[in-house]
Design a protein around this ligand. Structure first.
Ligand SMILES: [Zn+2]
Length: 303
């Protein structure tokens, strides 16, 4: 979107109502030409349904502008989805379900919670390219809260979760990042993290921990020899860890083990799109990929 709204008044001018949202979807999806998903024909009629629907002039198949997106068959208006995606894409630190509920004026907290979970489910691109080139890799532990109490540093009854992180180095700064929950710091766990997130032929810079000694398909450059502190030789992955921890405490008031990977995915999503809010907006609405609609059961982890 070249005219991506930077402020709420701009957003209101751009998307004043349902029709504006539907027209934007039509343009965004088939601006360069419609092709019927059934027969490939390019001419259509517009049907005045609840949500703008195109009917193929050859085979009569009907295609909604929301088909294949996270919004499909939702009872919520397009405007609510657009506003939620815009808030989540542009809000610097992200939104809690409660903030979203209050901002959108939705009837129930549960609606806001479910909406946010669906937007978050769109944050991981299954076809994303692995990190490449020079990549800092390290692991850290994050505190999680037990018994519903907010996590505070140093509290003995709170647990720790292990997280592996990788940061691409582009010139003098960070490129893309990845964060994943790991079971332990063994060579097997760290090797699987690197294999799943770093392209073959890349150079992995680590603190020289034995867990990294048996990496396959990548060059390994252990930086910490002797007493040099890890944050001096791995500055970017340590900065990412510190930001992720601060963000988790600020937005979520501590982490719960069950949802940790989802929180990490949101942090990675925000970091990797920090300069392209329009791309974040598109992806949140499910426009740059075909998503299986996530059911309530899937989202609450009871599937
Ligand atoms: Zn057709």
């Amino acid at each position: 979107m070249t005219d991506f709204p930077r402020s709420l008044p701009e957003f209101e001018r751009r998307f004043p109502d349902e029709a504006a949202c539907a027209e934007w979807l039509l343009e965004r999806r088939w601006g360069s030409g419609f092709a019927c998903p059934e027969c490939g024909h390019d001419r259509f009629w517009r049907l005045g349904r609840k949500v703008l629907t195109l009917q193929c002039r050859a085979c009569r198949r009907e295609t909604s502008v929301t088909a294949g997106t996270v919004m499909h068959r939702s009872h919520l208006p397009l405007k609510v989805w657009f506003t939620a995606a815009w808030l989540v894409a542009t809000h610097r630190n992200g939104m809690s379900a409660r903030q979203l509920w209050l901002q959108l004026g939705l009837g129930s907290y549960k609606s806001a919670w479910l909406l946010l979970r669906k937007l978050r489910a769109a944050m991981v691109d299954p076809d994303r390219e692995p990190l490449a080139g020079l990549v800092e890799v390290d692991e850290t532990s994050l505190p999680f809260r037990g018994g519903g109490e907010p996590a505070r540093p140093g509290r003995s009854h709170d647990g720790k979760l292990l997280v592996a992180g990788a940061v691409e180095i582009r010139g003098k700064g960070p490129g893309r990042i990845r964060l994943a929950v790991i079971g332990d710091c063994s060579a097997v766990a760290l090797g699987a993290f690197v294999a799943g997130n770093v392209a073959e032929g890349s150079t992995v810079v680590s603190d020289g921990w034995a867990g990294y000694k048996r990496l396959k398909d990548v060059k390994h450059d252990p930086k910490v020899v002797g007493d040099a502190p890890a944050h001096l030789v791995l500055p970017w992955v340590h900065r990412v860890f510190a930001n992720a921890k601060r963000w988790a405490l600020g937005v979520y008031h501590g982490l719960r083990p069950k949802h940790l990977q989802a929180y990490l995915d949101e942090f990675v999503f925000r970091f990797n799109r920090r300069r392209t809010p329009h791309a974040a907006f598109d992806r949140l609405l499910g426009l740059s990929l075909t998503l299986e609609p996530a059911s309530y059961q899937m989202l609450v982890g009871r599937s």
